[in-house]
Design a protein around this ligand. Structure first.
Ligand code: KIV
Length: 267
């Protein structure tokens, strides 16, 4: 029998019951289907598609139309996981009306059940408007990749007392505005449990240590797909670049030596 889809109230229950939330990024149909069938709770169609799939150095060039294209592939593949669509740079910074348009398009055209946007206090109005439209919205604070130029690189945030206070304020603002969960990215591991305790919504960490209600990882980092050195917080469970490279070299050799196709691979 098909398992019921994970819901926003279901994630709140997981936090209450102390069940950790498992979240991964997904960008296309085949991987989304594998992750859904593996029991991943939340699939984030992240704007990290820009760096993982499109070959950009940052997430900034990713457009809303591109996000919708990827959301459609992922939502078509999922039956159980809650799918969250990332709001790309430029699609909500212009104000509440732009943010609402973006969230509606991700739900209506992309088929997602929820959306995510980066920022704390400075995007509270946008979060409030989206939540008021009954679209579940996830916050994202700390190392927010769309702020790469302000931060001067992808740097751990919240290291000083004042930065820590700002992050706590951001977390409270995101919750007060109506977010159903918040991603904590790139912060000291001692700060994550403090934020988690200060909130009543689930916190989902990436590079934030163990003290969160769940964890999210970029799929291509977990799979070892890509030729960059992964950040410290990544655990590479397999090296797919090596495996795919080996398979490709074997195929090339077989073609060149006329060992492929064989009798049983021909009509
Ligand atoms: O786009 C993304 O992959 C993200 C995660 C890092 C949380 O926002």
């Amino acid at each position: 029998m098909r398992e019921a889809r994970i819901t926003v109230p279901g994630l709140a229950r997981k936090r209450r019951d102390g069940d950790k939330i498992v979240m991964l990024t997904a960008y296309d149909f085949p991987f989304a289907q594998i992750l859904d069938r593996s029991g991943v709770d939340v699939l984030l169609v992240g704007d990290s598609v820009g760096t993982c799939v499109q070959g950009h150095d940052t997430t900034l060039p990713v457009t809303l139309d591109e996000m919708i294209y990827h959301c459609r592939m992922v939502t078509r593949a999922t039956e159980r996981a809650l799918v969250v669509g990332d709001m790309p740079f430029g699609s909500y910074q212009r104000g509440v009306s732009a943010a609402l348009d973006t969230a509606c398009r991700l739900v209506q055209e992309g088929g997602v059940q929820a959306v995510k946007l980066e920022g704390g206090e400075r995007v509270a109005e946008q979060i409030e408007a989206i939540a008021r439209a009954d679209i579940p919205v996830m916050g994202h604070i700390g190392l927010t990749p769309q702020s790469v130029h302000r931060m001067g690189g992808f740097r751990v945030q919240g290291r000083t007392e004042s930065a820590k206070e700002l992050l706590l304020r951001d977390a409270r603002a995101v919750e007060a505005a109506g977010a159903f969960a918040v991603v904590l990215e790139g912060i000291p591991q001692a700060l994550a449990p403090e934020i988690t305790e200060a909130l009543s919504i689930p916190t989902i960490g990436i590079g934030a240590g163990i003290g969160c209600d769940g964890q999210v990882m970029v799929l291509h980092d977990l799979l070892g797909l890509g030729d960059h050195t992964p950040p410290k917080f990544v655990r590479e469970y397999v090296n797919l670049s090596e495996i795919v490279g080996k398979a490709t070299r074997m195929y090339a050799e077989d073609v060149r030596l006329q060992k492929f196709p064989g009798e049983h691979e021909s009509y």
